[in-house]
Design a protein around this ligand. Structure first.
Ligand code: AHG
Ligand code: MN
Ligand code: MN
Length: 341
């Protein structure tokens, strides 16, 4: 008889494979799963905000209507603060880290970096958004978490994942032993294992980039885009262009069907737009575990040094052969100056 496996059951099963595990990481993942279900509930009624009251107003229930990214941030911070497994949080929404100062949490083993709502410009137009998270073992010995706990390379991640609030809600995560995807069954309120051991194709025919920035891209990116658009039967070109503007949604699609996502440097974002700690590193961990690659154009994302919480980096992520090819173009045209007006 086939039976659904819930996220909770799956986590416990995996934990049993580590005889000395005390279950802290399992509880942390569970807490993130719970918070994401609450966020999903609010995302699903995002269009009702105008009916029930605008952001910043009191709705008819007498509650304050909050922007969804603020709401999501609060939900994840609350879930991680009461769980007792996390001593500090770094969030896109907060300039500084949030240390969790209670008896249970302050000596906890883990720190969590999070982009609570990714693709936030898409909320008001009913397009998929997401959450990205990354978990590290703290490097400080005890007490409150510190900035240095977050200044570790992506290779040190213990776990990473994303939640996509799409036509269905899915959580995809890795602890370094492959990637598994869980779809929320709203009728029972549980994430159920729907995509075991996800693998991304090595080669595909989708490229995802904000081409509006074309004039400001490095020469290597311009040339690679032209390569994608050329006609060539042998290599299945031209490729298709797909860009939602929610990184999680673009990368989730590309993970499933293959493709490359690029956010290179631009005139407006000379270091790239995306953040290393809570966007690029977790997404890189996931795509590598699914057999893909992630670089900043030349170097592996997970080996980049980090010295600022909100540090930015260019990102090239997806099917391994496509990322390699984009990297070759980046190397070949490295010396050509970018138009920067
Ligand atoms: P966030 O909503 O967390 O600020 O992130 C949005 C990111 C990423 O998800 C997306 O792919 C990219 O920014 C879109 O940027 P452009 O609008 O510049 O293309
Ligand atoms: Mn984001
Ligand atoms: Mn965000």
């Amino acid at each position: 008889m086939s039976r659904v496996k819930t996220l909770g059951q799956f986590i416990i099963e995996k934990q049993a494979e580590f005889p000395f595990s005390k279950g802290e990481l399992s509880r942390l993942l569970r807490d993130i799963g719970i918070a994401s279900k609450i966020v999903n509930r609010e995302v699903n009624k995002a269009g009702l905000a105008d009916i029930l009251g605008d952001v910043g107003e009191i709705n008819i229930q007498g509650e304050n209507v909050k922007k969804l990214d603020v709401f999501a941030n609060e939900q994840f911070i609350a879930a991680l603060s009461v769980g007792g497994e996390c001593c500090a949080i770094a969030s896109e929404e907060n300039e500084h880290i949030i240390t969790i100062d209670n008896e249970m949490s302050k000596n906890a083993k883990y720190v969590v970096a999070i982009d609570p709502l990714d693709g936030s410009s898409n909320i008001d137009v009913n397009v998929s958004v997401g959450t990205i998270f990354s978990i590290y073992r703290r490097t400080s010995l005890a007490g409150l978490g510190t900035n240095e706990d977050f200044f570790q390379r992506g290779t040190e991640q213990v776990a990473a994942g994303y939640v996509i609030y799409g036509s269905s809600c899915m959580m995809v995560y890795t602890t370094g032993k492959g990637v598994n995807g869980f779809t929320l069954d709203p009728s029972i309120g549980e994430f159920c294992l729907s995509h075991p051991q996800m693998k991304t194709p090595k080669m595909a025919k989708t490229y995802s980039i904000n081409e509006g920035n074309y004039v400001h891209f490095p020469e290597g990116v311009k040339k690679y885009i032209k390569y994608c658009q050329e006609e060539d039967d042998a290599t299945n070109r031209p490729y298709s262009s797909r860009y939602i503007g929610s990184g999680v949604a673009d990368i989730h699609r590309n993970l499933l069907t293959g493709g490359i996502y690029m956010y290179p440097t631009t005139a407006k974002s000379p270091k790239g737009k995306l953040r290393l700690l809570y966007e690029c590193n977790p997404l890189a961990f996931i795509i590598e575990q699914a057999g893909g690659k992630a670089t900043d154009g030349t170097k592996r994302i997970m080996e980049l040094d980090i010295s600022e919480l909100h540090q930015r980096t260019p990102l090239f992520l997806g099917s391994s052969e496509m990322v390699d090819m984009a990297g070759e173009y980046m190397n070949t045209y490295a010396e050509v100056p970018t138009k920067n007006d």
